[in-house]
Design a protein around this ligand. Structure first.
Ligand code: NAD
Length: 259
């Protein structure tokens, strides 16, 4: 992976940041991205340059905006070179029953969790196809495979991204490009912190009790996956050993979807 160029959306936090550390550790130059003030994004780049000796750039492009995504891909190419590895990771959550789900939240979740992956792929594929090599990794979720209540937009977006993964894989089987989805269960990130706090409030539990209860409500293995483990799985998908793995939706979920 040395000197490959990786764009990882939503890599200012959580799973994306974990993936960025693993890829930079493997020698990739990294396009970091997320909703951080530019000064904090630049500080994160410095940290990556110092720790790993790789090149790093940062963008705060809003993934709800298709033009901003086109500019993100173009500027990454100008700054680092054509993208070899695209990780569509950024995602947001909102929970409410369908009849009470705010339309604006639905639109935002579909835009960030699904449409942005299409736009990133759309703008990244031509250079990958020209070079005959590319790796596209979509961070879906167990909710790309099964549903839960109160997550209409999230589940719809994640099922959508699993479908998008299959189409892009099929269209590129002879181009040296693979496209796979990773489907995590609970992962220890800020996105989950808010859900634990809400669970604790409604059931009058302390944070630790709520954390364990929330995890085991769906996931038999009572531990969250660490972001670095998702990074290692993503790195494996870029290895020669994974050359024929494409179009897959791979759970890493403590047996959540085994039931
Ligand atoms: P997180 O909240 O820690 O990070 C989300 C990232 O997305 C941040 O970098 C944020 O800045 C970025 N982002 C959000 N809205 C954006 C926008 N409009 N424009 C640009 N960037 C935006 O979340 P996380 O838990 O690391 O989740 C990452 C991905 O993993 C998401 O797609 C999520 O659905 C998925 N996932 C998470 C879990 C989990 O348990 N944490 C489980 C399964 C799947």
């Amino acid at each position: 992976m040395k000197d490959k160029i990786a764009l990882i959306t939503g890599s200012s936090s959580g799973i994306g940041l974990g993936i960025a550390h693993i890829f930079a550790g493997a020698g990739c130059h990294i396009a970091l991205h997320g909703l951080l003030p530019p000064a904090e994004g630049e500080a994160l780049c410095e940290e990556f340059r110092d720790s790993y000796g790789v090149r790093a750039v940062f963008s705060d492009a809003d993934l709800r905006d298709a033009d901003a995504i086109a500019a993100l891909v173009r500027r990454t190419g100008e700054a680092l070179g054509d993208i070899d590895v695209l990780v569509n990771n950024a995602g947001i959550q909102h929970t409410a029953p369908a009849q009470a789900f705010p339309a604006a939240k639905w639109n935002d979740i579909i835009a960030v969790n699904l449409s942005s992956a299409f736009h990133c792929i759309h703008h990244t594929l031509p250079a990958m196809q020209a070079r005959g090599w590319g790796r596209i990794i979509n961070i879906a979720s167990v909710h790309g495979l099964v549903a839960s209540v109160n997550k209409a937009a999230y589940v719809a977006a994640k099922h959508g991204i699993v479908g998008l993964t299959k189409v892009v894989a099929l269209e590129n089987v002879e181009q040296g490009i693979t496209c796979n989805a990773i489907c995590p269960g609970w992962v220890d990130t800020p996105l989950i912190g808010q859900q634990i706090q809400a669970y604790a409030r409604t059931r009058e539990l302390d944070y630790e009790q709520a954390r364990l209860a929330l995890i085991t409500d769906k996931q038999p293995l009572p531990e969250m996956t660490q972001p670095a483990s998702i990074g290692q799985l993503a790195l494996f998908l870029c290895s020669a050993a994974a050359q024929t793995m494409t179009g897959a939706a791979i759970p890493i979920d403590g047996a959540w979807t085994a039931q």
